[in-house]
Design a protein around this ligand. Structure first.
Ligand code: DAT
Ligand code: MG
Length: 151
């Protein structure tokens, strides 16, 4: 199967609320491979590029203010089916609609404070990882548990 990559980010509210470890754990326990991780204060320019498809929406300025309001935790995760699976682990955009058991369903209450981002396609996964990380910040490694996760 094809291995893909997704960009996951704990948003400023997730960092402020002390949910960084909890959110990383969900992906780690599932069995995906972490290939990049950093705490980062992003610029307005980077936030706007990341969310460029939403430029023109009424909530866009507030979204940019929110994402740049404090440090975020940037992550790159890799695995077969990781993009779609991460979206399921994260849950619906509106946390009140997100199923219990998902990150947003368990830990958030409002769309404008939905604590985590996940890429919506393998193409955007690659694009966003390229946007948020330098090549030197990404690690290729062989997790010891690999043969216990996939036959
Ligand atoms: P997702 O983050 O689930 O991929 P999205 O890509 O449609 O959702 O939107 C990106 C972010 O923008 C989302 O996490 C929160 C914000 N947002 C989306 N729709 C919104 C709305 N109707 N009102 C306020 N914020 C919104
Ligand atoms: Mg999205």
């Amino acid at each position: 199967e094809l291995v893909d990559q997704t960009y996951i980010m704990v948003k400023p509210d997730g960092v402020q609320r002390g949910l960084v470890g909890e959110i990383i754990s969900r992906f780690e326990k599932k069995g995906f491979k972490l290939t990049g991780l950093k705490l980062f204060q992003c610029s307005k320019e980077l936030a706007e590029e990341h969310y460029k498809d939403l430029k023109g929406k009424s909530f866009f300025p507030k979204l940019i203010d929110y994402i740049t309001s404090g440090p975020v935790v940037c992550m790159a995760w890799e695995g077969v089916g990781v993009v779609a699976s991460a979206r399921k682990l994260i849950g619906a955009t509106d946390p009140l609609q997100a199923e219990p058991g998902t990150i947003r369903g368990d830990l958030a209450v409002q769309t404008g404070r939905n604590i985590v981002h996940g890429s919506d396609s393998p193409e955007n996964g690659k694009r966003e990882i390229g946007l948020w990380f330098n090549e030197a910040e990404l690690c290729q490694w062989n997790p010891a548990q690999a043969p216990w996760l996939r036959e």
